[in-house]
Design a protein around this ligand. Structure first.
Ligand SMILES: [Mn+2]
Length: 394
């Protein structure tokens, strides 16, 4: 008999699906939150049959369970932990743990891809094309590689995962992988996923208008309240506001918060770590501790949301050699323009600021970080130019 304790996200459930393909009725699978795992491990060690082979995937254990599992193995118990979170790398000192962050140069690991590798090399599972395709979609989603590769199928697989219950998803995928030559979505799922995409788009548009800006330690954060679609939201908002180092997504009901970044200079697992959480460099989370509550909720509640840049301009456009016009809530106007090949300057209400910027993006980031300024509409730009001409005439 086997038992699998895994994470309750797509990557964790991917492991459960592989376990059922490999062991059928011979495996008991339980999915856990990050916090729930340690209880399950304790329960296993105290109550379960000592002959059961225990797999732990996509999650890691606390220090107490670390030594309990070591003892269990010394007494002849069988355990294999497979994880890809770098916060678990210290577990590699044990024979029963394998924590791999990168499979090979430039290819990040996921729990599902590590488990697939494990099961096929130990000849516990026959490799097939359909299963390999499924595993690769899960891996790309979990490591964010799908974004760089434009692999929408990976994102759609995760969307389907959230549309169904875990049990339904598991059952569908197991029978599909057993009976198909290639991984595919059926017609009904495709229709459902299209509708879901439209719904997410509308949700994100609404959330964009609720984003507030906060300076927290050395970073600028965008703060938004949301219960669902954290990945999509963090991604969209991050791209929309590249001057923000990361996006903090608050789930008050769940007393949790998520961190997402699109930037390489920020490791949000470290940010989450300061509040007792963890995760990946690009996506992490933590409980809403009183400290985090004070900073991200209480301190930001009175703030006004960021104003969005004008979208349909023809004249006041970014990177224009004639300058781009921004405005702040204090009614200051800023003109960002090139004064040389690699040099951009800013005029604030007709007074040139001292700062110089190598690129347009640096200049815009400065304006948005310090003044929460937004790109004004063409009409305001034309008025501004007319005012300048008039001043010259006078
Ligand atoms: Mn994972």
């Amino acid at each position: 008999m086997y038992k699998l304790l895994s994470h309750n996200d797509l990557d964790g459930v991917g492991c459960g699906i592989l376990a059922k393909l490999a062991f059928g009725k011979e495996v008991k699978v339980r999915y856990n939150s990050v916090l729930g795992l340690n209880r399950e491990v304790e329960w296993f060690l105290e109550n379960d049959d000592k002959d059961i082979f225990l797999f732990i995937t996509d999650l890691s254990v606390n220090e107490e369970n670390e030594s309990r599992l070591e003892q269990f193995c010394e007494d002849g118990g069988k355990v294999q932990l497979l994880d890809h979170h770098k916060t678990a790398l210290h577990l590699n000192k044990y024979n029963w743990a394998q924590v791999t962050v990168e499979e090979e140069e430039g290819k990040l690991a996921s729990a599902t891809s590590l488990f697939y590798e494990y099961l096929t090399t130990h000849q516990l599972l026959e490799p097939t094309e359909a299963t390999a395709e499924f595993v690769e979609l899960v891996r790309q989603y979990d490591t964010w590689e799908w974004e760089r590769n434009g692999n929408d199928r990976a994102q759609r697989l995760n969307a389907l995962f959230f549309l169904l219950s875990i049990g339904e998803f598991e059952e569908k995928m197991v029978s599909r992988l057993q009976s198909s030559d290639h991984f595919h979505f059926d017609e009904f799922e495709k229709k459902l996923l299209d509708m879901e995409e439209d719904k997410i788009e509308r949700y994100i548009r609404r959330k964009r208008r609720e984003l507030v800006q906060l300076q927290a330690e050395e970073y600028f954060a965008g703060v938004v309240y949301a219960e669902s679609y954290h990945s999509e939201l963090g991604n969209e908002l991050g791209r929309e506001y590249p001057h923000l180092d990361y996006i903090a997504i608050l789930n008050i009901g769940g007393r949790r918060m998520g961190f997402r970044t699109i930037h390489d200079h920020v490791d949000v697992s470290q940010v989450a770590g300061t509040y007792g959480g963890g995760g990946h460099a690009k996506a992490a989370g933590c409980s809403l501790t009183p400290e985090a509550y004070q900073l991200f909720v209480a301190n930001t509640f009175q703030l006004e949301p960021l104003r969005e840049d004008a979208q349909r301009n023809h004249y006041n456009v970014k990177r224009s050699p004639f300058g781009t016009l921004y405005k702040s809530r204090m009614n200051d106007v800023f003109l960002l323009y090139p004064i040389d090949e690699d040099e951009w300057a800013i005029e604030q209400n007709d007074t040139m600021l001292e700062e110089r910027f190598k690129t347009f993006e640096e200049g815009e980031s400065f304006l948005k970080r310090n003044y929460e300024a937004w790109l004004v509409r063409d009409e305001a730009f034309v008025q501004f130019l007319m005012g300048k001409v008039k001043k010259k005439e006078d």
